[in-house]
Design a protein around this ligand. Structure first.
Ligand code: ZN
Length: 553
């Protein structure tokens, strides 16, 4: 039994309203406890900053699209090899690291929990297998439900029955989480992926019918968002809205938020959904309007999806977006159709400071983070690796904490773009350490419904990151002094000490088992996979897991 006393550090635990107080943190049996015995290991944290481990609410780290991106970037495999050591396995880095390297590098950054934000349920085996090979972090994945033909059928039947079919949709979603080990439900361009797959068309309005399926994006958003809310899943519906990247898409985003109004919902990478202008023209920023809406709707949260200048790897279930990037002159493009569930596109991409659109995207992300008044509502993400690698989080943190650094970086970006944001309006905000703790762990953990994570109160998981309190915030957050996972010290001064496994986080909601009888014939009509072979039952993939029960309606 390892006992640890972290002594003398400045504790930043905003979930428990602790803001830099010097106090000890005691750990035993993987939990924060009120005291430990005299024989406990003592970590001298005087002059250091102590926080809960980081929680990434939206990243892409496992599954077929991630693996395809690895194959699409052999130069990155050659360019960043990790050698095997006595403790660690070999691997490759780059924007899309191999599984083991992903766990190592998140851990070296002080992150202890990561959500894979877009898994086709049909690929759950692959996702689980890769997550099992991703050590040192606890992990969860969200299943893609916004373009599933079987759910379209249930939604259409429910409407035909005057809305009385909503129980069946709830049962189906709960069944799907049970069948896959998923944690939450993701909508990506609801209805629009299927529309593009069928006809090459794009969604013009939330009330436009997905041709041939008799449902509209608004009906999909209402039915699935409502079902997730009614089920009381620990994480609300996670929405990648229609029209990502399209000038003028702020209208779509706001309309989607209004459609879910009163329901709990999380909007992913809102930077990509906050544009003014007209389709086909140049975008401008409408971030302040989005923030006004969030201010008035505390039931909605978001992560920012910041773009960072430099290389990125775009990978999305929103296959149409990848086709647009191809048309903009991408060297490589991969499109993949996941049967009747979703699509997928991958394009390696570079964000350039001198490019008007890229600089505007960068500026809009910073506006969302700097103009918003409630850090619990807009969380840090780069939509890794879409806007940039998770390894760029320390630089993003420095942009938020260090005005002089930010102004230097603004000066290097396309000036026509930054003039069309609020960044040149004397924006003097500098995030405090506590605000960074909110957007990187406390708020994501709370939004994920992970009560034992994101804070260091008694009973919390013993996931702790200890940083040198350095003036260079990028350096500080890039190289924690210690990282403790599940009560064991796993990183010291940039060195990984042990490659412990993390736990799979799943959620569970009760459902009527009779739903199988409804789903089986619908599967038989559409899927290439037999219904009885679809659920993942292999304990090697599913266990050990921590299952979070839904609150129920
Ligand atoms: Zn994403």
């Amino acid at each position: 039994m390892t006992e640890i006393r972290i002594s003398g550090g400045a504790l930043h635990d905003p979930a428990n309203e602790v803001d830099g107080d010097v106090r000890d943190v005691c750990l035993r049996d993987g939990k924060v406890v009120d005291d430990v015995g005299p024989g406990a290991r003592r970590i001298d944290a005087r002059g250091m900053v102590v926080m809960a481990g980081g929680v990434d609410i939206h990243a892409h780290i496992a599954g077929p699209k991630v693996n395809a991106a690895r194959k699409l970037s052999p130069e990155e495999r050659r360019g960043d090899p990790l050698d095997r050591t006595d403790v660690l396995r070999s691997g490759t880095g780059g924007l899309v690291p191999s599984t083991f390297a992903t766990g190592y590098r998140y851990s070296l950054l002080g992150y202890t929990t990561v959500v894979e934000a877009a898994a086709p349920p049909l690929a759950a085996r692959h996702v689980l297998a890769e997550l099992r090979d991703t050590p040192l972090i606890d992990k969860a994945f969200l299943i893609l439900m916004g373009n599933n033909q079987v759910l379209f059928e249930l939604i259409r039947e429910s409407r035909a029955a005057g809305g009385t079919g909503s129980e069946r949709i709830k049962d189906a979603i709960a069944w799907w989480l049970d069948a896959t080990g998923g944690y939450g439900v993701k909508l990506v361009n609801p209805g629009g992926v299927e529309l593009w797959k069928q006809s090459g068309g794009v969604i013009e309005s939330l009330d436009e019918e997905v041709a041939g399926f008799g449902v509209t994006p608004r009906e999909v958003i209402e039915a699935i968002g409502g079902a997730v809310d009614d089920l009381g899943l620990p994480h609300p519906v996670h929405v990648h809205a229609n029209n990502l990247g399209v000038p003028g898409n702020a209208d779509t985003t706001l309309e989607t938020m209004r459609t879910l109004s009163g329901r709990q919902a999380h909007f992913a990478h809102v930077q990509f959904h906050s544009y003014g202008g007209e389709p086909g023209g140049l975008p401008r920023s409408r971030a302040p309007e989005l923030l006004d809406h969030l201010r008035d709707h505390p039931e909605i949260t978001a992560d920012v999806g910041q773009v960072m200048f430099g290389p990125a790897m775009t990978m999305t279930a929103d296959a149409h977006v990848s086709a647009v990037l191809r048309d903009l002159g991408a060297d490589k493009w991969l499109n993949h159709d996941t049967e009747v569930e979703t699509g997928c596109g991958i394009v390696p991409y570079t964000y350039k400071a001198g490019n008007y659109v890229h600089a505007l995207q960068w500026g809009i992300g910073l506006e969302l983070l700097l103009l918003g008044q409630n850090p619990w509502q807009v969380m840090l993400s780069t939509d890794h690796p879409n806007g940039g690698s998770f390894l760029s989080y320390p630089k993003l943190i420095r942009l938020l904490m260090d005005r002089a650094f930010r102004e230097d970086q603004i000066g290097r970006a396309n000036q026509r773009a930054v003039r069309r944001t609020a960044l040149l309006d004397g924006l003097d905000r500098e995030y405090t350490i506590n605000e960074i703790a909110i957007i990187t762990r406390a708020a994501p953990a709370r939004r994920l419904g992970l009560r034992d994570k994101g804070h260091l109160g008694i009973g919390a998981d013993a996931d702790v990151t200890i940083y040198h309190d350095r003036a260079d915030r990028e350096d500080m957050f890039a190289t924690p002094r210690y990282v403790i996972k599940g009560g064991e010290v796993v990183v010291e001064e940039g060195e990984l000490l042990r490659p412990d496994d993390g736990v799979l986080l799943s959620s569970h909601a009760a459902f009527d088992p009779e739903v199988s009888g409804v789903l089986e014939p619908l599967f038989g009509d559409r899927y290439t996979v037999a219904f009885e072979h679809y659920p993942v039952r292999d304990p090697a993939l599913r266990e050990p897991a921590r299952v979070v029960e839904a609150a129920g309606s």
